[in-house]
Design a protein around this ligand. Structure first.
Ligand code: IP8
Length: 268
């Protein structure tokens, strides 16, 4: 079974800092999740895969047990499983909200069909996913604690999954829903005159990558820097990527419709 689909799917990544309250452990942002589910329903996308991040569910636990660095001792195993279970709980909330909109959302655990090598996807058994899409379901995946061929286990970010699937499924576009308006020419948190970049080429993206700092929150997968790095491959393969603020109403709706939206559009 090939990975070609009749309708090119849109890949929608919902950031953990959008769907959870990042500073409060295991706290979902229910108001935002509900609104996003309604926007996704209203957009009537013919084919869509949703991937969400960890926010205050996966990241703090993964950090406490040092899951990203791989297996060192037995005591981490409970932490590995707890990280996964936290993500399963968050996934249930996201899927539940989509089901409330009568969308055929289907939660799928990446750790069940993916193995990484030093944190990078090595095996990704795509058939259950493509069959789900062909059947009319909306797969809802997430950044997960996964088994790793080299280091025992690792954290696989939702960004890496979304970028991988954008290429593998030849997506119509890759939408990254985040908690800021897009990419800026300098850090908007420290520089009040920072300008939003509305359009970027691949070369410009590469240049910008060198300037972006690591995230300050307990984000074990690299925050905005990790995101920008993951976008390089899909953009170089001709897939359009859009970074938009998913905390602002209607942005995800517009991005799914392919309409103009405030944010950063990146194209080769
Ligand atoms: O928030 C990582 O996914 P991300 C999720 O997309 C975990 O980086 C398990 C920490």
């Amino acid at each position: 079974m090939g990975s070609r689909l009749k309708d090119k799917p849109a890949i929608l990544k919902l950031g953990g800092s959008v769907i959870t309250r990042k500073d409060e452990p295991m706290t979902p942002n229910l108001q935002v999740i509900g609104r996003l589910a309604e926007e996704i329903s209203r957009a009537h996308a013919s084919s869509i895969v949703i991937v969400h991040g960890g926010g205050s569910y996966g990241h703090p636990i993964a950090k406490t047990y040092g899951i990203t660095g791989g297996f060192r001792d037995q005591a981490q195993l409970v932490g590995f499983s707890r990280t996964h279970e936290a993500m399963v709980s968050l996934n249930k909330i996201v899927v539940g909200n989509l089901l409330d909109q009568v969308l055929p959302a289907f939660g799928m655990a990446p750790s069940s069909f993916t193995v990484t090598n030093e944190g990078r996807i090595q095996t990704f058994r795509v058939e259950p996913l493509t069959r789900a899409i062909r059947t009319g379901l909306i797969p809802v995946l997430y950044g997960d604690a996964v088994l790793d061929a080299d280091q025992g286990f690792a954290i696989l970010s939702g960004d890496q999954i979304a970028a991988f699937l954008a290429v593998k499924l030849n997506a119509v576009r890759l939408i990254m829903g985040v908690d800021v308006d897009g990419l800026y020419d300098s850090d908007p948190k420290t520089n009040p005159s920072a300008q939003l970049i509305s359009h970027l080429t691949l070369e410009e993206l590469q240049e910008l990558r060198g300037k972006i700092g690591e995230s300050q929150s307990p984000d074990v997968t690299g925050g905005m820097l990790g995101k920008v790095s993951e976008l390089m491959t899909p953009v170089s393969r001709g897939i359009q990527a859009v970074i938009v603020n998913a905390l602002k109403p209607s942005n995800i709706y517009k991005a799914l419709k392919g309409e103009e939206v405030v944010g950063t559009k990146i194209e080769a």
